[in-house]
Design a protein around this ligand. Structure first.
Ligand SMILES: Cc1ncc(COP(=O)(O)O)c(C=O)c1O
Length: 432
C-alpha cells in the first residue's frame, strides 16, 4: 500500500515547491500513526505537537475563537507571500500566469469536497457565496423563503433586504438547542406552504454547532420543487462529508475558518442544473450562462490568495479530515467532560458522537456571557466570544454562552486552563 506521503506525491497534491519542505514533517508524523484509529491518534500529544509547530502563533494568548477565522500554517503563509512577490514583479503578466493555475485549485477543491469541478466556484468567503444565491434567484412578490432564527446574521439580513426590495416573505422557524435531526426536519417541513420556493439552513450553526440533516431536508425539498441553500461556513474541512451526498442545490462556505486558508477564500457549490438559472452577483456575459466561472467575475483581485489555497488543501490532506475532526472532538470533550458536572454549567451543544467536533457552547447560570468572555480575556488571556440573542433581522435565541472553538494547534494545557478559568468564575465570581 502507498504511504500517505507517496500518495500525495503521486496525486500531485504535494508539488515540488519550496513549501514541500515544511509539509514533510507532517507527512512523516502522519505516516507513523496511519494504522491507528483516528480517535486514538486524537489523544497522542506527540503527533499533535508536530502540527502545533507548523503554526507561527502568539502562545501568550489562548485562542478559543478559531470559529471567526483561523491562522494559516506557516507553509500556507509562505505560499501566499511567494505568490504575492511573484505577482508584484509585473502584476498584469504574472497574475495572469497564476490565474491559469486556478483551474487546478478548482479541481483539487472539488475532489476534496466531493463534487464536479464544473460545479465549484472559488469565492472570497461564505458571505459572498451565499449572497450570490440569495440575491441571484428569481423570486416574485409573495414567494416564501423558510429559514431559521439561528442562521447567520448576515444571511438573515440579506433575506430581510430582499423581502423589503422584492416583497418576498421570510419565514423564520425557532428550535431549542441541542436538538435532534428529527425535530429539525419536522419543524422545517411544517413551515413549508404552497408558496415556499427556498429552504435555507446551516450545515452546523455558528452558535452551538447544531447539526442539520442536510440530505434528508434537501431530498424532501426537491420532491416539492423547493430549492435548498446550505450555509456550510463552519462545516468544510471541520468534519468529513461529500457535497454530492448532501443532495442540496447550493452550498456556500468560507475556507479561512477550518481549512486554515489565507483570509479571503471560500467556495460556492452549485448543482449543475441550477447554474444557468442563477444570476451572478456581479454581471457576466450571456456566453457564461452555463459556466460556474460566471460567479467569479469580481474584477481585479489578488491572484495570490486563491493560489495559496492549494497549499492549505495539501496541509489539510497531510493530516486527513478524519484525524482532524477526531482531534477537534477530543479537545471539546476534554473541557465538556470536566465542566458538565458543575451545577451551574449549561452546555448548549450535543455531546453525542457524530454531532459535535470543534465548536460547542457553554454558559454559567447567573453570569452574563459577554462579561464572562471579558473576564477570561482580562485574567487568563483567553480569546473567546460570548453569545447573546437579539431581535430580527438579527439572530433570535434564548440562551447565553461562550462559543468554544479550538483548532488543531490547540494544546491540552490550553483547554485545561480554560476549564480552570471557568471553575474560577463559578467559585469566585467574575468581579474578583
Ligand atoms: C454560519 C455562518 N455563515 C456565514 C458566515 C460568514 O462567513 P464570512 O464572514 O467568512 O463570509 C459565518 C461566519 O462566521 C458563519 O458562521
Amino acid at each position: 500500500m502507498l504511504s500517505r506521503r507517496a500518495f500525495l506525491r503521486t496525486t500531485g497534491v504535494l508539488g515540488a515547491t519550496a513549501a514541500t519542505f515544511d509539509i514533510e514533517p507532517i507527512l512523516a508524523a502522519t505516516d507513523a500513526v496511519a494504522d491507528r484509529p483516528a480517535a486514538d491518534v486524537a489523544q497522542d500529544e506527540f503527533y499533535w505537537r508536530e502540527i502545533q509547530q507548523a503554526y507561527s502563533l502568539d502562545r501568550t494568548l489562548i485562542n478559543l475563537n478559531n470559529g471567526h477565522h483561523s491562522p494559516a500554517p506557516r507553509v500556507v503563509q509562505e505560499a501566499l507571500k511567494r505568490y504575492l512577490d511573484y505577482e508584484n514583479q509585473d502584476p498584469v503578466y504574472y497574475a495572469a500566469l497564476i490565474n491559469r493555475n486556478i483551474e487546478r485549485v478548482r479541481r483539487a477543491l472539488a475532489a476534496e469536497f466531493g463534487c464536479d469541478a464544473e460545479e465549484m466556484a472559488i469565492t472570497r468567503n461564505a458571505s459572498e457565496s451565499l449572497q450570490i444565491v440569495q440575491d441571484g434567484l428569481d423570486l416574485k412578490p409573495g414567494d416564501e423563503v423558510v429559514t431559521t432564527d439561528q442562521d447567520y446574521p448576515r444571511m438573515l439580513t440579506t433575506w430581510d433586504q430582499r423581502s423589503r426590495r422584492d416583497k418576498i416573505k421570510i419565514v423564520r422557524i425557532q428550535f431549542p438547542v441541542p436538538t435532534t435531526a428529527d425535530d429539525l426536519y419536522q419543524r422545517l417541513e411544517a413551515a413549508i406552504t404552497p408558496q415556499t420556493r427556498v429552504l435555507h439552513f446551516c450545515h452546523i450553526t455558528n452558535l452551538t454547532g447544531q447539526l442539520f440533516p442536510v440530505a434528508r431536508l434537501s431530498k424532501m425539498a426537491r420532491q416539492r420543487g423547493i430549492t435548498t441553500i446550505v450555509d456550510g461556513a463552519h462545516a468544510a474541512a471541520h468534519f468529513p462529508f461529500k457535497l454530492h451526498e448532501l443532495e442540496c442545490d447550493y452550498y456556500g462556505t468560507s475556507l479561512h475558518k477550518w481549512l486554515c486558508a489565507p483570509v479571503g477564500n471560500g467556495f460556492l457549490y452549485v448543482r449543475r442544473d441550477k447554474i444557468a438559472g442563477t444570476w451572478p452577483l456581479q454581471a457576466a456575459g450571456p456566453k457564461q450562462t452555463d459556466d460556474i466561472r460566471k460567479f467569479e467575475e469580481i474584477g481585479t483581485s489578488p491572484a495570490a490568495t486563491h493560489a495559496a489555497l492549494a497549499e492549505a488543501l495539501a496541509f489539510h490532506q497531510a493530516i486527513g479530515v478524519d484525524r482532524k475532526s477526531a482531534r477537534l472532538r477530543y479537545l471539546t470533550m476534554r473541557w465538556a467532560n470536566e465542566l458538565k458536572s458543575e451545577p451551574r454549567i449549561r452546555i448548549h451543544s450535543s455531546l453525542e458522537p457524530g454531532q459535535t467536533w470543534g465548536l460547542a457552547t457553554v454558559g454559567i447560570d447567573g453570569i452574563d456571557s459577554r462579561a464572562l468572555a471579558q473576564f477570561l480575556m482580562d485574567k487568563y488571556r483567553i480569546i473567546i466570544v460570548g453569545l447573546v440573542g437579539g431581535t430580527p433581522p438579527a439572530q433570535v435565541f434564548d440562551y447565553q454562552g461562550l462559543r468554544v472553538t479550538p483548532n488543531i494547534y490547540t494544546t491540552q494545557e490550553e483547554i485545561d486552563t480554560f476549564v480552570h478559568a471557568m471553575r474560577d468564575a463559578i467559585r469566585n465570581g467574575i468581579k474578583a
